[in-house]
Design a protein around this ligand. Sequence first.
Ligand SMILES: Cc1ncc(COP(=O)(O)O)c(C=O)c1O
Length: 343
Amino acid sequence: MKTVDLRSDTVTLPPPEMRRAIAEAELGDDVFGGDPTVNRLEAMAAKLMGKEASVLTTSGTQSNLTAMLSHCQRGDEVIVGDESHILHFEAGGAFALGGLGLRTVPNDEQGRLDLDAVRRAIRSQDVHFPPTGLICVENTQNHCGGSVVGEEHMAAVRALADEHGLPVHLDGARLFNAAIALGLPASQLARYADSVSFSLCKGLACPIGSVVCGSHEFIRRARRYRKMLGGGMRQAGIIAAAGVYALENMIDRLAEDHENARALAEGLSSIPGVVLAPPPQSNLVFVTAQGWDLGKLMLRLGGQGILCLDEGGRIRMVTHYGIDRDDVEHAAAVTRSLVAAGA
Ligand SMILES: Cc1ncc(COP(=O)(O)O)c(C=O)c1O
């Protein structure tokens, strides 16, 4: 039976050339600053994001927490979208480990923050209030359907933050997907944020890793917090070599994932009762199926080799390196025959 694993772009396996780059990586002790491959990756990442410096971390979750800790003091409040990854899927690290409050504002279906709500959420200086320390934006916005947040909104968040002297962190786990969708360099989106994190282990197909970028001063603080969070890694060139390969070879091909997501969405939405929730803007496809218990449908799909996830009462299917047009057409055809057969 053919298996099409659409659960996440984190299931990607490294291409053979990436494995070779890992095997041949020049190594040193990165905690001493002595791993040349990590240093190379960090310089490349900073340049791509238009920032002064960057630091390699173990994961997107560690990147976001490292960034929040580096911007804020214990007791501060961080403004995040109510559909943000930081709020829902990062194990409450900001509260539990950082002593930070997460103050939520609505995300609209495009993944944008409600700017009036952000304005209201920013605390005035008053002894009763927790100080506002940071505003976080996510792009692409995972839970809003992989939605692509445009440059205009990024600029508006920046302007509002500047009015109040606040820093902005961009959770750009899939920022290259946003950049490819908009036809812009990633730095054009990152320029509106003081810090930006992006994932190596999602669409870029690395086995591990994420990077946080920002000013020299910010990254100096971030290195200390990364160490505190257990992210000081020794011969991390093993990881960074994959990252270097990915930044050189895996960004442009994300456009294929977006095309495959559109093809998958087209196939699925032509099935009576299947509704896109919402239409895809990048590589994430969300659907509901009228009259179906989605858990049951997913189980049946799994039984036919089509692997997907239940996220927020929707079925999530993600296109990525290793999934081609035949795979998405097969996934849509299997879904069609299961839905036609009935619950
Ligand atoms: C928007 C966003 N931020 C952060 C993360 C966390 O990344 P990781 O799974 O590497 O911790 C994810 C993971 O899916 C994500 O989608």
